[in-house]
Design a protein around this ligand. Structure first.
Ligand code: G1P
Length: 296
């Protein structure tokens, strides 16, 4: 059965955070890469904030090692909060308290690094038979007015189909992404007819790349459970999504409005830091001057 309108309501999100963070070693030796800050906010907090603004109340974080930093970050830090208040640092104390009340966080351990599809499948019991969002911490979508994942949630709630965020990537970059192909239908979105994870050079069916935002119907659970290892020997989310194509749910690619940053890459991470810093009134002018000074 297709998900009923109640099952389609998206209240829960999965954030896979079990990667080794190899691209940011040694910074990620003792903390997960999701805790690396963009200015002064951990990337995972920005991602969770996007989900919360889109109506998500429960977040399932799939953890590997070093999970405590994430759990602690979204929990109360009574001593810190009290000490800040005792010292009259009200603004800082409020910021710390606000993080601990943002969301209900469930932590699930991925015991083996078997791939993104497997990581999402680890959330099955915690999510149950309802539609849910998946947000990858490497991708930041900056949109204050209309959170990226909320744009996908709208498409899902209207159609019952799965929805993935897509961007057109420059020629030659297709091998770094899951690539989709399809046709626009009356919704204005791409009804996906084909998809492939990390296609070899010259074999991509288009330049439409999946960026790390998904809204999935509960039918995905059985597809994930039966997906065999694919690209890189890993159980790929893209391969499970492929099974939605032509099913009664179907799958849409949605060009999400917002500024996208690939914070999983060193240059992308630095760009994200500068971009978010330039949005802060107290930092903007100083950061501009700094960029000019360093560029000389
Ligand atoms: C993952 C997905 C891929 C997607 C990408 C977006 O790959 O498997 O389909 O295009 O995220 O960031 P990863 O970057 O984890 O290798």
């Amino acid at each position: 059965m297709t998900a009923s309108p109640t099952q389609r309501k998206v209240r829960k999100a999965v954030i896979p955070a079990a990667g080794l963070g190899t691209r940011f070693l040694p910074a990620t030796k003792a903390i997960p890469k999701e805790m690396l800050p963009i200015v002064d906010i951990p990337t995972i907090q920005l991602v969770i904030d996007e989900a919360v603004r889109a109506g998500v109340t429960d977040v399932v974080v799939i953890n590997g090692r070093n999970k405590h930093a994430i759990e602690d970050h979204f929990d109360h830090a009574w001593e810190l909060e009290r000490t800040l208040r005792d010292r009259g640092k009200v603004e800082e104390a409020d910021a710390v308290t606000a993080v601990s009340t943002m969301v209900r966080l469930i932590s699930v351990r991925q015991k083996q690094p078997l791939g993104l599809g497997h990581a999402v499948l680890c959330a099955r019991e915690a999510i149950g038979e309802e539609s849910f969002a998946v947000l990858l911490g490497d991708d930041l979508i900056d949109n204050d007015a209309d959170p990226g994942i909320g744009q996908l949630i709208r498409v899902h709630e209207q159609t019952g189909a799965g929805a993935v965020a897509i961007v057109e990537v420059p020629p030659g970059k297709e091998h770094m992404y899951g690539i989709v192909a399809g046709e626009r239908d009356a919704t204005g979105h791409l009804r996906i007819t084909d998809m492939i994870e990390k296609p070899k050079a010259g074999t991509a069916p288009s330049r439409w790349a999946i960026v790390g935002r998904y809204v999935l119907p509960p039918a995905i659970w059985n597809h994930l459970a039966t997906t065999k290892p694919g690209a890189g020997g890993e159980i790929q989310l893209t391969d499970a999504l492929h099974k939605l194509i032509g099913s009664k749910e179907g799958l849409y690619g949605v060009e999400v409005a917002g500024t996208r940053h690939d914070a999983g890459d060193k240059l992308g991470y630095l760009r994200a830091n500068l971009s978010y810093a330039l949005k802060r009134p107290e930092l903007r002018d100083a950061v501009r001057a700094l960029c000019r000074e360093l560029a000389e």
